[in-house]
Design a protein around this ligand. Sequence first.
Ligand SMILES: Nc1ncnc2c1ncn2[C@@H]1O[C@H](COP(=O)(O)OP(=O)(O)OP(=O)(O)O)[C@@H](O)[C@H]1O
Ligand SMILES: [Mg+2]
Length: 355
Amino acid sequence: MSEQALRLIGVGAAIRAVDLEIDSAARTDAKVLITGESGVGKEVIARLVHQRSRRARAQLVTVNCAAIPDNLLESAIFGHVRGSFTDAHRDRQGLMEVAHGGTIFLDEIGEMSLRMQALLLRFLETGEIQRVGADRVEARVDVRVIAATNRQLLERVASKDFREDLYYRLNVIHIPVPPLRERREDIPAFLDHFLRAYAERYGTAPPTLAPDAFALLVAYDWPGNVRELKNVIERLILRFAGGEIGIADLPPELHRPARVAAPSTSVADALYDRMVTSGQSFWDVVHEPFMARDLTRADLRTILRRGLSQTGGNYKVLVDLFNMPPSDYRRFLGFLRKHGCYMRMPRGVSGDWAR
Ligand SMILES: Nc1ncnc2c1ncn2[C@@H]1O[C@H](COP(=O)(O)OP(=O)(O)OP(=O)(O)O)[C@@H](O)[C@H]1O
Ligand SMILES: [Mg+2]
């Protein structure tokens, strides 16, 4: 599990598509926004973009925006001059300068305060660094920016907790990473990889999995995604006494019934999730079946209402939420008008309007 061995595990179409996105992102300097639930592999993806890019020999600097208090984040990123605050005994370079020639990875960007968002936006527009307490611009730096979040950033844009202009600046290449339960075809590859890796680390022979244990591992919902799977395997290896891992050896949470007790999802909900969670385009997922009459107008309206309630009624943001380029805006509205599905969200109504 060393740095050199970093590779994107998974065999399914979804993760292979992510791999191709990484390749094309690595060929440019464009900003990348990686989204997905906790533990899906966002950091792995950011590192791969850097490693495969022409910047690979320079540094990848990671900033966890959620872990650093807001008053320290500015000086951590942009540096400070001596005397600018009590503990600033000497001038200090910020991480943007450290990353010069390389990449900065702004993790948990959704947690950034509005004040920091404004400072970041200014940097993205000018490429200029101003250290805290400095009265002039320090330096221009050449840094590639990758950001990640497990938040629904568009919801934060709609609630005005995240700046829309910053969102569009960061979202040049968007890599949405589906949760593990939506790409179960990858689970065997992860099991195989982590069983071998931990067996090697702890000096045992890689165990085998009994068929019923294997089936349960594949059927489980993995709310903590790959990170949870990796931890489960590590614990299994630590307790492993040779032979085969049986179903009784698996931790109790895997035995609890899956959360399928939730109401079965409707066609509209399933298609909505394919766009918003799995990153597929409105044209493929909704427009095509609608034109082929496999999807009713009522379904189309339900999907639109749900989307509009996310975007606060904003169609421009909806185009983005449904994974269409901004240039499709007119075509999208034309399609909705033609089929009598263009609607305005009533003023002052939020969330439950979608019901
Ligand atoms: N496709 C993958 N190939 C190899 N390892 C992976 C893959 N996806 C995830 N992992 C491993 O799973 C763990 C979690 O991944 P990572 O830290 O990248 O998740 P994350 O999306 O950044 O999570 P969080 O939002 O909680 O920060 C890491 O140990 C990582 O090595
Ligand atoms: Mg992470």
